[in-house]
Ligand binder design. Structure first.
Ligand code: FES
Length: 167
């Protein structure tokens, strides 16, 4: 029974990927837009879907894998529902981003070296620069930027997120 459910789920996944390919086209130049949409849909790029895309576009699997691993926006590992990116660029570093990272880890229950919570709710990442150095230290939660962060402010932003989800 579990296998039947997994198969149905996999078939649904492939059907959704086929829709994405129809929207973007089957030329090799459509590969990045396809991967972006798949990443948006699943929050990562499952290996079996990369292989499926390679077949659908008639390109070598290594080409698809190469693009998927080249760009930082793509992930081959499942990510949490909420992706928290803390800037680790110079401006943010000198303004105390480490205390913000520690506050986030304590708040969501992430140990050192652990990126995603066990319940798949939060993923914590560092990025080299968010392009908002004037707002240092800066944090992005999903696509919303938060500037001039402090440990208290970032905890408050996560609390607000939890309240929104609870509504
Ligand atoms: S160094 Fe943090 S936004 Fe540029």
């Amino acid at each position: 029974m579990a296998q039947a459910v997994a198969t149905e789920s996999t078939e649904r996944s492939f059907q959704r990927v086929l829709q994405i390919i129809e929207e973007c086209g089957t030329k090799e130049s459509a590969l990045i837009p396809i991967l972006q949409k798949v990443q948006d849909e699943y929050r990562y790029l499952p290996q079996e879907i990369l292989a499926f895309i390679a077949t659908a576009l008639d390109v070598p699997p290594a080409t698809v894998f190469g693009v998927a691993t080249f760009y930082a926006q793509f992930s081959l590992e499942p990510k949490g529902k909420y992706i928290i990116r803390v800037c680790d660029g110079t401006a943010c570093h000198v303004r105390g981003n480490k205390t913000i990272i520690d506050a986030i880890r304590n708040k969501v229950g992430l140990k050192e070296g652990q990126k995603t919570t066990k319940d798949m709710r939060y993923t914590l990442e560092t990025v080299s620069c968010l392009g908002a150095c004037g707002l240092a230290p800066a944090v992005v939660i999903n696509d919303k930027i938060f500037g001039h962060m402090t440990p208290d402010k970032v905890v408050s932003a996560i609390d607000d997120l939890e309240k929104e989800v609870a509504k």
